[in-house]
Design a protein around this ligand. Structure first.
Ligand SMILES: *[C@@H]1O[C@H](CO)[C@@H](O)[C@H](O)[C@H]1NC(C)=O
Ligand SMILES: *[C@@H]1O[C@H](CO)[C@@H](O)[C@H](O)[C@H]1NC(C)=O
Ligand SMILES: *[C@@H]1O[C@H](CO)[C@@H](O)[C@H](O)[C@H]1NC(C)=O
Ligand SMILES: *[C@@H]1O[C@H](CO)[C@@H](O)[C@H](O)[C@H]1NC(C)=O
Ligand SMILES: *[C@@H]1O[C@H](CO)[C@@H](O)[C@H](O)[C@H]1NC(C)=O
Ligand SMILES: *[C@@H]1O[C@H](CO)[C@@H](O)[C@H](O)[C@H]1NC(C)=O
Length: 856
């Protein structure tokens, strides 16, 4: 009943929304924005429209929220004049007149009629028509352009902690195989003339044959024709000669500057262009070539400034009938301390994309697994990457090993090539003043995810009918084991090899396309939800608590689950330090999923208040039998003191997701009614997407500033880009093992001493250079003055006052030069300088504070 009614109500407004083709420009500095979730009620019919509600609240209607049917965006002038000066300034919610008015409706006399203009309705109908009203906060979303490396980021990690001890021997290096000239053969077969193609080892690897995407078979069948991949990122240099021909303007939009085309405008807006180049660089005489050179790319720009949840929700569904795949290399901070999931509008948008995107087959959301490996961050602490609706990709270096930055978790489906072991990804770059710009230093998990997005474009060309779950089935079937000696691989009960580092392995493009060709579509989704089981047991220090749950054949059959795919498990655990908790789930046949492994830098005291983990490791296994959850404490002996209880295992629940046994009984997952998790009051997107969680200084300005403070992959990777001894080789989840106290740390004092010494040396060097600069300036001043005045002024203070401002300026310059010198700015490989785009920062964006006035 709800739907037909609502369609009638919304028709007018849908028409209005259709007229305004692109989203309206936002004015976050002067206005507050609100999202109202509307509902039609039987007795009131279509008497209340979103426009009436907006006016009754003292707001005006802006538009529908993206593709979310009954969500409407309102705006109202900020009530406080002072707050109107800045995007980020807000009036307290208690003092917000719109929210106050909405709150007052609760006490209103429902019989009373109220008139909005000349339209009169009962208060009962007015209040019943609004399910929720939520004020929007604007926040900065994090690109995965930052590698969180504690050794390089003392401001985020003031106390360096020793790496997790290794538990196994070093893995064998693969000996280089004598090369046939694979690259030349491939270039000849497919007529590739791009000058950088020979450097694109991820496409065809001459030195380590097989350590590449295995494209030849795939390209014989598909090049991505007819498939559009959208980069939700910081823009695309859409007129770059490598991208212009494949750029799709219709699926593109700029949510930061509210323009139709996602032009990179800030100095560090290069990320999206580089990712787009990996996917759809055309075959020509510029740079290299993309994985799917005849696919199209569009850009949805959201990472170049703060946006609201409503904008993010709209971005995730932008053009979702033409954009088939969304490549997302961003998410909550990878600092090893946060735990956050998309909620409310953003979660709804993801689900909306799954059910309604791509003509109902489901948008494919490909996410980078995260760059927090060095700080023990894990993709199961990030609700975007551990969602069953996203495809999470880890990185593999050219030798086939896990690069130290790539995060591990049981939600990784597969992996692809990226930077590490001194090699990086060659791709297209934002043009500077000249054209033809390329980069030789793209990397991080940001670079791995677009490669998979590109391969999925090849698969969708041969099989446009694949659903979002078919895409996941195909990735699992077509991934191959890398680093076979890595101790984390386990043969699952279903017979797959799985690793928390690589998922089911490295995606093989030729296998993906050939599997796609012969694939039989899977039946619709079905699921079984185990009710919450209360455990209520104390977790003694350094001990573990088990809880089991037995799934019977009847439960599974009643739930219409034919075969198992994703498993999600929600945990309620109190603990004095979240980073010391390990959570493992054992399937009925011994398949072991590590859901949470200890995190050195996570001191949060809130434990896991109903956090949902996801594991793919039980894919296709028989679910009937006893599932065991093991929660253990890994507080170090010296920290346990007189503690009798390290934490409390309150309870858990388990959901098994799979393919329906009988498709005629299948029904869509009803959001949010079908989930305990979503019926809890969860309203906002991850709070860690707020810049405040990053090092200081950033609250004043956004991207330009952060790019200077934080180490970017282009800067951090070359210096420390080799395997971190002892760390990269351990079995995920076998760390801080109480039985193995502090073994294997011999190299530690040396390495930390070395880095301390390096810091001291660098500091001495800077001081010396500054002193030298000051001295030279002084000499220059003396020389100039002596020319002008004949004699040196006797008054020392006069000199001081005179040249102080000049000295300040030059010393600042010196520091920045030094910074850049250390940063190894070897970005460009083309003959042209790739200076940042010259477009100035848009005036209605927060700009950097003016340099401080000189002191006198
Ligand atoms: C492969 O052939 C290309 C083109 O002839 C040449 O530039 C390249 O150096 C060759 N590579 C190897 C490893 O022989
Ligand atoms: C760069 O390319 C654009 C579009 O392809 C063209 O209009 C422009 O003239 C080129 N600029 C230079 C300096 O070659
Ligand atoms: C489990 O604990 C929760 C929270 O204390 C409580 O609401 C719920 O009723 C309990 N469930 C059972 C089955 O005891
Ligand atoms: C918990 O279960 C696992 C797997 O069955 C087992 O290896 C472990 O010893 C158990 N721990 C406890 C404390 O019973
Ligand atoms: C811990 O135990 C030691 C000796 O067993 C005792 O001296 C100390 O007071 C205890 N500390 C606390 C906080 O109970
Ligand atoms: C599915 O259920 C329908 C309705 O009960 C039945 O007619 C059909 O045979 C079932 N199909 C399978 C494969 O069991």
């Amino acid at each position: 009943m709800r739907f037909p009614l609502w369609i009638a109500v919304g028709a007018l407004w849908l028409a209005a929304a259709a007229l305004a083709e692109t989203p309206a420009k936002r004015t976050y500095d002067s206005h507050h924005y609100y999202v109202a979730e509307m509902q039609a009620t039987q007795s009131c019919g279509d008497t209340v429209s979103p426009k009436h509600v907006a006016r009754a609240l003292g707001a005006e209607i802006v538009e529908r929220v993206g593709e979310l049917n009954d969500h409407w965006l309102f705006k109202a002038l900020k009530s406080d004049k002072l707050a109107r000066r800045s995007v980020l300034a807000e009036v307290d919610e208690q003092d917000d007149p719109v929210l106050q008015r909405y709150a007052s409706w609760k006490h209103a006399n429902l019989e009373r009629r109220t008139c909005i203009g000349d339209h009169c309705v009962s208060m009962g109908c007015l209040t019943a028509s609004v399910r929720t009203l939520e004020r929007q906060k604007v926040r900065q979303r994090h690109k995965r352009s930052v590698i969180y490396d504690p050794k390089a980021m003392r401001d985020v990690y003031p106390n360096l902690l020793p790496p997790i001890p290794a538990t196994e021997a070093w893995m064998k290096e693969r000996a280089p195989v004598p090369a046939r000239n694979w690259t030349a053969e491939f270039a000849e077969t497919f007529q590739v003339r791009d000058p950088l193609f020979y450097k694109q080892w991820h496409l065809v690897n001459n030195e380590l044959p097989g350590h590449d995407l295995h494209l030849d078979g795939a390209w014989k069948a598909a090049t991505g024709k007819g498939v559009t991949v959208s980069l939700i990122d910081d823009g695309i240099d859409y007129s770059h000669p490598d991208l212009a021909a494949n750029f799709d303007a219709k699926g593109s939009y700029d949510f930061n500057d509210h323009r139709e085309l996602p032009e990179p405008r800030l100095a560090d807006d290069m990320h999206g262009t580089r990712c787009a180049g990996e996917i759809a660089s055309i075959k020509n005489d510029v740079c290299g070539v993309g994985v799917a050179p005849e696919s199209r790319v569009s850009g949805v720009r959201i990472l170049s400034g703060p946006i609201s949840d409503a904008d993010e929700a709209a971005a995730l569904n932008y053009g979702y009938q033409t954009n088939s795949i969304y490549s997302c290399s961003w998410g909550p901070s990878d600092n090893g301390q946060s735990m956050d999931a998309p909620k409310g509008l953003v979660a709804k948008a993801l689900l909306n994309g799954i059910y309604n995107g791509r003509q109902g087959r489901g948008s494919l959301f490909v996410f980078a697994g995260g760059n927090g490996g060095a700080s023990d961050d894990q993709c199961n602490f990030d609700g975007y990457t551990n969602s069953i609706y996203t495809i999470t990709i880890a990185a593999v270096d050219s030798q086939g090993h896990r690069p130290y930055y790539s995060e591990m978790c049981s939600a990784i489906i597969a992996s692809s090539w990226s930077s590490g072991k001194g090699e990086m990804i060659y791709t297209t770059n934002v043009r500077g003043e000249f054209n033809r710009t390329c980069t030789s230093s793209h990397g991080g998990t940001s670079a791995a995810a677009p490669l998979v997005a590109g391969m999925l474009a090849l698969a969708l060309e041969v099989r446009p009918d694949l659903t979002w779950r078919d895409a996941q089935h195909l990735l699992i079937k077509s991934s191959t084991v890398t680093s076979p000696d890595d101790p984390d691989w386990q043969r699952t009960a279903a017979g797959y090899m799985y690793s928390h580092k690589f998922g089911f392995g490295v995606v093989d493009a030729t296998r993906l396309v050939s599997e796609a060709k012969k694939h039989t579509l899977v039946p619709p989704q079905a699921w079984y939800e185990m009710p919450r089981k209360n455990v209520s047991q104390s977790i003694p220090p350094q001990q573990s608590v088990n809880s089991t749950f037995t799934i019977t054949r009847e439960m599974i059959e009643q739930a219409n689950v034919g075969s198992l795919e994703h498993v999600t498990a929600t945990f309620w655990i109190r603990h004095h330090r979240r980073g010391n908790v390990k959570v493992v789930l054992y399937g009925p046949h011994g398949t072991k999923s590590v859901l949470a492994s200890p995190r050195r830098y996570d001191s949060d005291t809130n434990g896991f208040p109903g956090w949902t983990f996801m594991t793919l490791k039980h894919w296709d296994e028989e679910p009937v039998g006893t599932w065991t959850a093991e929660v253990s404490d890994h507080t170090k002996a010296e920290d346990t003191g007189n503690m009798t209880e390290a934490g409390h295992f309150e309870g858990w629940s388990l959901s098994l997701w799979g393919a329906a046994k009988n498709a005629s009984f299948a029904r869509p997952w009803n959001f949010p009614k079908d989930s305990e998790e979503y019926t809890m009051q969860l309203s906002a997107a991850p709070s860690t997407t707020v810049l405040g969680s990053l090092p200081a200084q950033q609250s004043t300005s956004i991207s330009a500033e952060s790019s200077r403070i934080l180490v970017k992959p282009t800067h951090a990777l070359p210096t420390d880009h080799f395997q971190d001894p002892g760390e990269a080789n351990h079995v995920f989840g076998q760390s801080y093992s109480p039985q193995k106290p502090e073994a294997d740390t011999a190299y530690l004092p040396w390495s930390s001493q070395l880095s301390t010494m390096a810091y001291i040396l660098a500091a001495i060097l800077i001081v010396a250079l500054l002193a030298l600069a000051a001295y030279m300036l002084f000499l220059r001043y003396q020389a100039r003055n002596s020319g002008r005045y004949q004699h040196v002024p006797a008054d020392d203070e006069a000199i001081q006052l005179n040249w102080q401002p000049g000295q300040r300026g030059s010393s600042q310059l010196q520091t920045r030069d030094l910074y850049d010198a250390f940063a190894l700015d070897d970005d460009e490989v083309d003959e042209d300088e790739a200076s940042a785009p010259t477009t100035p920062v848009d005036s209605d964006k927060p700009t950097q504070d003016a340099p401080p006035a000189p002191e006198t």
